[in-house]
Design a protein around this ligand. Structure first.
Ligand SMILES: Cc1cc2nc3c(=O)[nH]c(=O)nc-3n(C[C@H](O)[C@H](O)[C@H](O)COP(=O)(O)OP(=O)(O)OC[C@H]3O[C@@H](n4cnc5c(N)ncnc54)[C@H](O)[C@@H]3O)c2cc1C
Length: 366
């Protein structure tokens, strides 16, 4: 029978597109597998990865460490490098053959290219840049109670849209981050979502993963682009997502940018961390965009996040408020950053930070 994305009952299981580069699994893949495990448990379904590449079967087992039940491996020299044509064809062919109910992609450059093409070709919906996912209605209500200011007790939920065991509830920032919107795809399958790297947490959950190698057709003539060479950027980018400590600077360093950056770097060095930034600091040219934390930057969960001269706009908080311990330094005692800070210091950062550096050095020397 012809593939029909509106035949909802024919679709089953949760799938994750498992991104790898040069045979190395991208960290986002493990984050999505962990989140996919949660959704599969809520659906009472299997969690499957789909992995494309050349010589990648060996890394498929790694997905079992985070809860994958099965991995569908598509191995071919024609998949050595990512090409839109080949990957779109094989992901769509696999969806038509195996009919997953939910499909997750990382919102990486590859995921942002691939997911919307697949959604359009498969005639289904895609919600980009999700920050929270639920199947179970009670879990979603719990999320609303803890993560929003809505009067949840007085709300009613349309049973067609919020069916406990059916629709994926995909929550993402909307209207410039000023509100959160929950989106469902009630009439078509798979429900597709992209999630930015670092947003979901990796949760180890060991499973005996089954590797499946489906037969597939891919010809050179299916691929319109030809990768001649891959040139890696020589610039060393800051690893905000993997850092345990981040010291971020904001527009508040403006009166002496060089000194402000030096202080942030010194504090980061003492604490064994890296330097992040607000968008205002990036837009002002104080620091490069790879340092940006927030809705349009990176989402981070370090053990310690230090905000220096950052007001705490909603778009900045969206990227750092899940940090384990937040320390804020701001000369304005009404700055919103203090609402999420565990420790708040009201004062001029150019006076406060040298004292912090000395105190941490003295404490480490003990
Ligand atoms: C669609 C959209 C996406 C966005 N994405 C992001 C994002 O990803 N990340 C992000 O950060 N922003 C983002 N923004 C911008 C965001 O709204 C704020 O404009 C930005 O976060 C402000 O940066 P800031 O706190 O450094 O600057 P400001 O808001 O100007 O705050 C500077 C702070 O420094 C304090 N200060 C000044 N001097 C000192 C001093 N000497 N000592 C101590 N404190 C001092 C001030 O009291 C003030 O609180 C986005 C906006 C939009 C509309």
């Amino acid at each position: 029978m012809a593939y029909n994305s509106a035949d909802i009952a024919a679709f089953k299981n949760v799938w994750v597109f498992c991104e790898q580069r040069q045979g190395v699994m991208m960290p986002t893949t493990f984050e999505l597998i962990s989140e996919g495990r949660k959704l599969a448990n809520e659906l009472g379904a299997e969690l499957c990865g789909i992995l494309l590449g050349e010589g990648v079967e060996g890394i498929a087992k790694e997905l079992g460490e985070y809860g994958a039940d099965k991995v569908y491996v598509y191995d071919s020299p024609l998949l050595k490098y990512y090409t839109t044509d080949a990957y779109t064809k094989l992901v769509c062919d696999a969806v038509e053959e195996f009919k997953p109910e939910v499909m997750l992609f990382g919102a990486s450059n590859i995921g942002r290219d691939l997911a919307p093409r697949c959604a359009a070709r498969l005639h289904t919906g895609l919600c980009a840049d999700c920050t929270h996912l639920d199947i179970d209605l009670n879990g979603y209500i719990e999320f609303l109670k803890t993560g929003s200011s809505l009067d949840v007790a007085s709300m009613s939920f349309d049973s067609k849209l919020f069916d406990v065991n059916s629709n994926l509830k995909m929550t993402r920032p909307a209207f410039g981050g000023h509100l959160m919107a929950t989106i469902v795809c009630p009439r078509f399958r798979p429900a597709m979502a992209t999630v930015r790297p670092g947003v979901m947490q990796k949760r180890p959950c060991k499973k005996d993963v089954e590797i499946i190698k489906p037969a597939f057709e891919l010809k050179e003539s299916d691929i319109k682009t030809h990768v001649v060479e891959v040139v890696k950027a020589s610039k060393k980018l800051v690893d905000l997502i993997g850092a345990d400590v981040i010291v971020s600077v904001g527009a508040g360093i403006g009166k002496n940018v060089q000194k402000g950056l030096e202080l942030a770097q010194e504090l980061a060095d003492v604490l064994g961390g890296v330097v992040g930034a607000s968008r205002a600091a990036v837009d002002a040219g104080y620091i490069t965009a790879d340092h940006q934390v927030g809705q349009t930057g990176k989402t981070v969960h370090p053990k310690i996040y230090v905000a220096l001269g950052i007001s705490g706009a909603i778009q900045h908080k969206a990227g750092m408020q899940d940090s384990e311990c937040i320390i804020a330094v701001n000369k304005n005692d009404a700055a919103p950053i203090f609402e999420v800070a565990d420790y708040g210091i009201v004062g001029d950062l150019f006076k406060v930070v040298p004292e912090m550096i000395e105190s941490f050095k003295a404490a480490k020397a003990k």
